[in-house]
Design a protein around this ligand. Structure first.
Ligand code: GLV
Ligand code: GLV
Length: 289
């Protein structure tokens, strides 16, 4: 008897091929680049043994109940798992696969790109060139902060970071930790108030690690110099959001892992995780629940 697998989005071929050639599976895909509507998800997941999902899919008790007792494995094509209701999943004895490690380089590169773009004001410069605002070379125009000799504090390299010292001393504060109850709105008014007025804040983890109102205030009051965000709350940010009107805030559309090769490897790993879960074998990357 075939095992039903639901894939919540079109994913890279490298992963799809593996799923489709697995003879034990009947694979159903939401064949679109856009998210599956919630009602469709609840309907399509019914009776599934396996679910391949993305960080934009909220997998909660409602989805698990809609899937029913067949569901053995959830494989998310992401390193983050804050979109999964872990306690509910655990209660039902479902295994979870995810994709750590394979996207580390791509995300680190994007972090550096975003940091430089923010510190050296690249989006503003590009805009001036396009709009004709660039009239001549000017000694005081579009100056930013250089990397050379600066101190970079990374939140998320390990648990033992004396946070106050990091905030006080860093010229660049980079947030790359995962979102947990401990890190929810970690970056709030008190946090920003400890940073240098010349410091640049970078977030490539999850939007909810930041109290966005407090960040907005820190950016408009001059408490901090600038922010570069690959993640926001919500995603996408409404186009009339005040953060998008600030010249000292650079916002990207959550593209940390977006290289062709990284996304291919993530899809492949998601497929391997799912198939191993279905056969009851150890997964290449299983989340310890
Ligand atoms: C990206 O944000 C991921 O969790 O994979
Ligand atoms: C910059 O191009 C310089 O010549 O100073």
């Amino acid at each position: 008897q075939l095992m039903k697998v639901f894939v919540t989005r079109r994913i890279p071929q490298e992963g799809m091929k593996l799923l489709q050639k697995a003879s034990m599976c009947d694979v159903l895909v939401w064949d679109s680049d856009e998210p599956v509507p919630r009602a469709e998800l609840l309907e399509k997941v019914e009776g599934a043994h396996g679910l391949v999902c993305l960080l934009s899919d909220r997998i909660d008790a409602e989805v698990l109940d809609a899937a029913g007792p067949n569901l053995k494995v959830i494989s998310t094509m992401s390193v983050g798992f804050d979109h999964l209701a872990i306690e509910e999943i655990k209660k039902r004895g479902i295994r979870v696969g995810y994709t750590p490690d394979v996207l580390t380089d791509a995300t680190a590169e994007l972090t550096v790109a975003l940091l430089l773009a923010t510190a050296r004001r690249l989006p503003e410069g590009i805009q001036e060139v396009k709009s004709g605002g660039w009239s001549s070379w000017k000694p005081l125009w579009l100056c930013g902060y250089g990397l050379s000799g600066s101190t970079v504090g990374v939140i998320g390299l390990g648990r033992i970071v004396p946070l106050d010292t990091l905030l006080r001393e860093s010229d660049f504060v980079v947030v790359s930790c995962s979102l947990t109850p401990d890190t929810q709105e970690l970056c709030n008014k008190a946090f920003f108030s400890k940073m240098k007025n010349t410091a640049v804040f970078i977030n490539t983890s999850r939007g909810a690690v930041v109290n966005q109102e407090d960040l907005l205030e820190a950016l408009t009051s001059g408490q901090i110099a600038a922010a570069g965000l690959d993640v926001t709350t919500p995603e996408p940010l409404p186009t009339d959001h005040p953060l998008l009107r600030l010249s000292n805030c650079v916002v990207l559309p959550h593209i940390g892992s977006a290289t062709f090769s990284t996304r291919g490897v993530m899809a492949q790993l998601s497929a391997h995780n799912l198939l191993s879960g279905l056969t009851g074998d150890p997964m290449p990357s299983e989340l310890k629940l």
